[in-house]
Design a binder for this molecule. Structure first.
Ligand SMILES: [Fe+2]
Ligand SMILES: [Fe+2]
Length: 331
């Protein structure tokens, strides 16, 4: 810690003489796998890229509570209900860690939430699809949390300290989410014909949106270059998507259900699966706000925010009272 502190001061002094030095020093630290901490110098583009990414990630956790929260009151057993409540609460916690990580970059949580509620901020496109059957809870855990883990494990080594540390905790919980989803799918797949059909239908609907979660193809991805240079993003969208397919296809086989892709096949020479084209037009439409549930999700967040106003007011009043008490005590 002391060495790091001295390094930064040394860099500050050098930068007074040469402004390019700060950036060089920053890049050298990133190359040396050192973590960048909130009060240290960083390029403005790095800061704004992180604010965008971390806040989109936080919004996704919070909006992601809605599709599954929809099933809490209809869970088929007490055990499944307890698991689902725990999972949805974890997602709220993930949102809270991530908003805090974003705040260390000099943006306020109020500002970020206002961007979400106004429809200006983006969140993961996957949460704009409906959860029409109980099997969707299994498919989300298995595929959506599975894709999230694939995306997020490399972020545990991201160059920005608070984000990397938040991701370590989050990934541990995501792994429980993935396993409970797979376990639910396994129960359905080994159940009655009707239950197995329900599991197959959920896979049919969630497979392609799950592949879209890794973002646009590398050739068209706009933020990838800088993000990789700064070690925010470590593995490209296409590489992560390929890993996900290779990891998930054998699991679908084990479940005895079929991935809805007629072009899916194992390439022995390359030791990987080939898969059919993704409908990027659908992805663009959902991102633009035209997905099946975009309006419903935002309406739910807005009403939750309005209904929570009294909690925020009570917390502020309590904090003001505490401050007054502390001042009186000090006087
Ligand atoms: Fe999460
Ligand atoms: Fe999760």
């Amino acid at each position: 810690m002391y060495t790091q502190e001295l390094d930064v001061r040394g860099a500050d002094a050098a930068a007074a003489a040469d402004p390019g030095m700060l950036e060089q020093h920053f890049l050298a630290r990133v190359d040396a796998e050192q973590k960048i901490e909130p009060k240290e110098w960083m390029p403005e583009r790095y800061r704004s890229m992180l604010i965008r990414q971390i806040s989109q990630h936080a919004h996704s956790e919070i909006v992601g509570m809605l599709p599954e929260g929809n099933w809490i009151t209809r869970a088929p057993t007490l055990r499944r209900k307890a698991i689902l409540i725990a999972k949805v609460q974890d997602e709220a916690g993930h949102g809270a860690y991530l908003y805090s990580a974003a705040e260390t970059l000099g943006v306020s949580r109020d500002e970020l939430i206002a961007q979400l509620l106004s429809g200006k901020a983006k969140y993961s496109s996957i949460f704009n699809y409906p959860t029409t059957t109980w099997a969707d809870v299994g498919a989300i855990g298995w595929l959506v949390d599975g894709a999230a883990i694939m995306n997020q494990i490399p972020l545990c080594r991201c160059s920005y300290g608070p984000y990397a540390r938040a991701m370590v905790r989050i990934c541990r919980e995501e792994s429980f989410h993935q396993r409970q989803g797979f376990d639910l799918m396994l129960h359905l797949a080994r159940g009655t014909d009707e239950q197995k059909a329900m599991a197959q239908d959920a896979l049919n609907r969630w497979w392609w949106p799950a592949l879209m979660m890794f973002g646009p193809p590398d050739a068209t991805s706009t933020h990838s270059g800088e993000s990789q240079r700064w070690k925010i993003k470590r593995i490209s969208n296409d590489e992560l998507r390929q890993k996900f397919v290779d990891f998930t296809v054998p699991q679908a086989k084990f479940l005895g259900i079929t991935v809805p892709d007629p072009l899916l096949r194992w390439n022995e020479a390359q030791q990987r699966h080939e898969f059919g084209p993704i409908d990027w037009n659908e992805f663009e439409q959902v991102l633009k706000g035209n997905g099946p549930c975009n309006a419903e999700r935002l309406a739910a967040r807005r009403s939750a925010h309005a209904e929570g106003a009294w909690v925020r007011e009570a917390a502020s009043a309590h904090a003001a009272k505490q401050r007054l008490r502390a001042t009186r005590h000090a006087a």
